[in-house]
Design a protein around this ligand. Structure first.
Ligand SMILES: Cc1cc2nc3c(=O)[nH]c(=O)nc-3n(C[C@H](O)[C@H](O)[C@H](O)COP(=O)(O)OP(=O)(O)OC[C@H]3O[C@@H](n4cnc5c(N)ncnc54)[C@H](O)[C@@H]3O)c2cc1C
Length: 392
């Protein structure tokens, strides 16, 4: 961390703002391509103020949307490459049960991608996921390649490998100002840096960095309650560490979806969350007391009574995290419309961790002017009209 009394001044091939999982993977890909890269992070690392902290995230092959399904094989491959480079295990295969009412368009999209032989009947569900209750008219699918990513460990690993490839990571250094130009100038609390390309992956703070650059993206930070639920009788139900993850699609009582992960963080406790939260400002995230006015806790309790009756109906542990949602919940991966050497990766809408190796690769490719490895059409800024403010 730089001492504020010693201003830094330097030129790089690339600057990345935000050392969450997306910025760290972007910086990693740039460094692997021998670009002298500076990765800037406002908080001392590690921190739990953004979206990439915590021990676990779901990774899965199946997605209702084809654009993400197509990216997943690349993502699995890149996660394995990082495991090999870092010499550490980052993934545990557990499988994922996807469930919802038969006929729901998203569920049927998943069924088509997985194939009918991945539909679980009641006996198969009981074998894979003891204690889980399916209701009349509902379907359960199994994505057997899915599992859990060890999130904190993964973030550390990608940053370590980035550094090993010669990258510079400066934490505790907040970006205050961005001046566009052939060489973009970035002023932080500790220095002034220049580079011919800048990538902004600032999570819930992205809107604040882009407004002075004349761009108002429809990004909504949401405060998420991360809840852990204890088994009524230890060992009685589905909390084994090798039990599958699950997610719901199209349930009328939870239109945004509910997801769960086996007990990894806290022994005997399932992580079970609502895939939605309350609008917030990342600077004021904790001004709402933890647990206050939580309609999602009531929703999760009722889901547990109905589907996982072996769990207690009040959370034993609650933590906080942030989503940054776009209106369509698809990512934004694009150039600034007026400054083509400023690249933006934002709006990961609560499902970006598993795809971070590919997101980083795409942002790196965009910044280097290369043909992107995947179609960028679903991720453009222009799908949102009226985001460009008065010209600078
Ligand atoms: C509870 C929860 C569960 C989730 N579960 C899953 C899951 O199961 N599977 C999945 O794929 N995804 C999941 N996600 C989503 C995933 O974690 C996020 O999409 C991802 O972490 C977003 O990463 P990011 O790098 O964009 O944001 P962040 O991690 O927030 O990183 C942005 C960084 O930019 C820094 N920054 C901001 N402004 C500045 C500045 N001015 N100067 C310097 N630095 C700055 C911030 O401090 C921050 O560290 C989940 C998210 C949450 C919250």
């Amino acid at each position: 961390m730089a001492a504020p009394s010693q201003p830094q001044k330097a030129t790089y091939d690339a600057i990345v703002i935000g050392a969450g999982i997306q910025g760290s993977f972007t910086a990693y890909h740039l460094a692997q391509r021998h670009r002298d890269t500076l990765l800037l992070e406002q908080f001392p690392l590690p921190h739990s103020r953004g979206s990439s902290h915590g021990q676990s995230r779901i990774i899965r092959s199946v997605y209702p949307q084809e654009c993400y399904s197509r990216m997943m094989p690349d993502s699995f491959r890149l996660w394995q490459r990082l495991e090999a480079e870092a010499g550490t295990s980052l993934y545990r295969r557990t499988g994922l049960v996807v469930l919802g009412p038969a006929g729901d368009p998203e569920l049927e999209g998943c069924r088509r991608r997985l194939g009918d032989n991945h539909v679980l009947d009641a006996a198969a569900l009981a074998q894979h996921f003891p204690g889980f209750r399916l209701h009349a008219g509902e379907v359960a699918l199994l994505d057997s390649s899915a599992g859990v990513l060890f999130a904190d460990r993964a973030l550390r690993a990608v940053q370590e490998v980035f550094r090993r490839h010669g990258g510079t990571l400066r934490d505790g250094e907040k970006v205050l100002c961005i001046e566009p130009g052939a060489m973009v100038t970035v002023t932080t609390t500790a220095g002034v840096y220049q580079a011919p390309r800048l990538i902004i992956t600032a999570g819930a703070w992205t809107g604040a960095l882009l407004e002075p650059l004349g761009l108002r993206l429809p990004l909504q930070p949401l405060r998420i309650n991360v809840c852990y639920w204890r088994e009524k009788q230890p060992g009685s139900t589905s909390t084994g560490t090798a039990r599958p993850c699950f997610l719901t699609l199209g349930l009328s009582q939870a239109p945004h979806g509910i997801y769960g992960l086996p007990a990894l963080e806290y022994p005997g406790m399932v992580k079970l969350c609502h895939h939605h939260g309350s609008p917030t400002d990342p600077e004021k995230r904790d001004q709402t007391p933890l647990g206050a006015s939580c309609p999602d806790i009531a929703l999760l309790s009722s889901f547990i009574s109905s589907y996982l009756p072996g769990l207690e109906t009040q959370p034993a542990v609650m933590e906080t995290c942030l989503y940054t949602n776009t209106p369509d919940e698809d990512f934004i991966l694009d150039r600034h419309p007026n400054f083509s050497n400023i690249i933006i990766g934002a709006g990961f809408s609560g499902h970006g961790f598993k795809l971070a190796p590919v997101v980083g690769k795409l942002l790196c490719e965009l910044s280097l002017g290369e043909e992107p490895s995947h179609s960028m059409a679903p991720f453009t800024i222009t799908r949102f009209p009226g985001v460009l403010q008065a010209a600078l």
